[in-house]
Design a protein around this ligand. Structure first.
Ligand code: NDP
Ligand code: GDR
Length: 350
C-alpha cells in the first residue's frame, strides 16, 4: 500500500528536498504551509515537483490547524521541519521562536498521541543545541549548552520528543543535524549570502558583501544527503536519536575564499576584527567587509559533528564534501545571476 507522509515546512530548503526523496519512494506527500501573500512554492518548482505535493494550510501557532490535519490524514510518517530557523532572528523574536520551535512540537505530539499514535514522528533538532561546546567533536552523548533563543527552543523540542517516546511508546525520533546547505538555502544564511553576493559582485550588480563573525566554524554538508538520513531514522525497528554531520569544520572566511576561487578571484585579508576586509589580490577591490550588526549577542564558535552512530546504524554517509558543496552553490548562483543579466539586456534591447 502507498505510504503517506506529512512534511511541515514544505516551502523551506529541507521540505523541498525531503518531498523529492519521498516522491521518488512513491509516497503520497502532504506538505504543510502557512498562508503567504506571495507564491512561495519556488523550491518545489525548482525541483520539478510543484504539482506532485498536496499542499495543505497549517500555521504552527494554531493548535486547531494541527489537530484537524493530523486527524484527517493519520499519516504513516510525520516530518516536523517547520520552524523559525534563523538563529539571529531568534534574538529579536524570542517568544515567537519559542511558540513555533518549542511549544508547537508538543501540540503536534499531543495531536498524534490522541488521533494517530502509530504515526512515526521526526523532529528537526540541531547542532545549535551544543552551543558552547563541551566536547570536540559532538555526538549524541555530548552535553548541551544552547546559546540563542532558537537553540533553547529546539532543546525543549528535542526533550519533549524523547519524552513522548518514553512515556507513550510513540515512534518519535530527533535528528541532531549539523548545518546543511544547497543552492536552495535561504539567502540570509551565511553560505548562500556569500555565494549570491559574490555572483552579484562579479556581474557588477553589487559593490561588496557585509558579514559578521568570520572566525565562526561550522560543519557544513549538503541538504540532499541529510534528508535521506531523516527518512532512514523513521525506517528502523526502534526509534532513536542520531547526529548527522560530515565530521569536517571550516571558518566562514574559508568558505568565502573557496567560493571566490571558483570565480577566479584570489581573496586576501587585510586588517582585523571590524576592520578586516577581503580584497581581490589582482585589483585591490574590497569584496568583503565587516558590519558589526551581523555579530550575535552570544555566538557558537565551533561545531564539528561525529556521525559514527548514523554511519553504523543507518548506513548513512554524506556524499558531498565541503569543496564540492561550495562549488555547487557558487556555480548555481553565478549561473542564475548571469541569466538575470542576459534577460535584462534582452529586454532593454527589445
Ligand atoms: P527553512 O527556514 O528553509 O524553512 C523553514 C520552514 O518553516 C518554511 O517552510 C517556513 O515557512 C516554515 N515556518 C516557519 N514558521 C512557521 C509557522 N509559524 N507556521 C508554519 N510554518 C512555518 O529551514 P530549513 O529547511 O533549512 O530547515 C528545516 C528544519 O530543520 C528547521 O526546523 C530548522 O530549524 C532545522 N535545522 C536546519 C538545519 C540546516 O542547516 N538547514 C540544521 C539543523 C536543523 P515560510 O516559507 O512561510 O517561511
Ligand atoms: P547558523 O547559520 O546560525 O549556524 O544556523 P548561519 O549561516 O546563519 O550562521 C553561521 C555562522 O556564520 C556567522 N556569520 C554570519 N551569519 C549570517 N547569517 N550572516 C552573516 O552576515 C554572517 N557573518 C558571519 C554566524 O555568526 C554563525 O556563526 C543554521 C540554521 O540553519 C539553523 O536553523 C540550524 O539549526 C543550524 O544552522 C544548524
Amino acid at each position: 500500500m502507498q505510504k503517506t507522509a506529512i512534511v511541515t515546512g514544505i516551502t523551506g530548503q529541507d521540505g523541498a528536498y525531503l518531498a523529492q526523496l519521498l516522491l521518488a519512494k512513491n509516497y503520497k506527500v502532504y506538505g504543510t504551509a502557512r498562508r503567504s501573500s506571495v507564491d512561495n512554492m519556488q523550491r518545489l518548482k525548482h525541483l520539478g515537483i510543484g504539482d506532485q505535493v498536496e499542499v495543505i494550510g497549517m500555521e504552527l501557532m494554531e493548535p486547531s490547524n494541527i489537530q484537524s490535519v493530523i486527524a484527517a490524514i493519520k499519516p504513516d510518517e510525520f516530518y516536523n521541519l517547520a520552524a523559525q530557523s534563523f538563529v539571529a532572528a531568534s534574538f529579536e523574536q524570542p517568544l515567537y521562536t519559542a511558540e513555533v520551535d518549542a511549544l508547537a512540537v508538543t501540540r503536534i505530539l499531543e495531536s498524534l498521541r490522541l488521533s494517530s499514535p502509530k504515526t512515526r514522528f521526526y523532529q528537526a533538532s540541531t547542532s545549535e543545541m551544543f552551543g558552547q561546546v563541551r566536547a570536540i567533536p559532538q555526538n549524541e552523548d555530548t552535553p548541551f549548552h544552547p546559546r540563542s533563543p532558537y537553540a533553547v527552543a529546539k532543546l525543549y523540542a528535542h526533550h519533549i520528543t524523547i519524552n513522548y517516546r518514553e512515556s507513550y511508546g510513540m515512534y518519535a525520533c530527533s535528528g541532531i543535524l549539523f548545518n546543511h546547505e544547497s543552492p536552495l538555502r535561504g539567502s540570509e544564511f551565511v553560505t548562500r549570502k556569500i555565494t549570491r553576493g559574490l555572483a552579484a559582485i562579479k556581474c557588477g550588480k553589487q559593490d561588496r558583501i557585509e558579514l559578521g563573525n568570520m572566525d565562526a566554524k561550522r560543519d557544513w554538508g549538503f541538504a540532499g544527503d541529510y534528508v535521506a538520513g531523516m527518512w532512514s531514522m523513521l525506517q528502523q525497528k526502534e526509534a532513536d536519536d542520531y547526529v548527522l554531520a560530515t565530521g569536517d569544520t571550516h571558518t566562514v572566511r574559508e568558505f568565502a575564499v573557496l567560493a571566490a576561487k571558483h570565480l577566479g578571484v584570489n581573496l586576501e585579508w587585510r586588517g582585523e576584527g571590524v576592520n578586516e576586509t577581503g580584497i581581490d589580490s589582482a585589483t585591490g577591490k574590497v569584496w568583503i567587509a565587516i558590519n558589526p550588526k551581523y555579530y550575535r549577542p552570544a555566538e557558537v564558535n565551533l561545531l564539528i559533528g561525529d556521525p559514527s552512530k548514523a554511519k553504523t546504524k543507518l548506513n548513512w554517509n554524506p556524499s558531498v564534501r565541503f569543496e564540492q558543496l561550495v562549488q555547487m552553490m557558487m556555480e548555481a548562483d553565478l549561473a542564475a545571476e548571469e541569466k538575470n543579466t542576459e534577460k535584462k539586456t534582452t529586454n532593454m534591447a527589445a
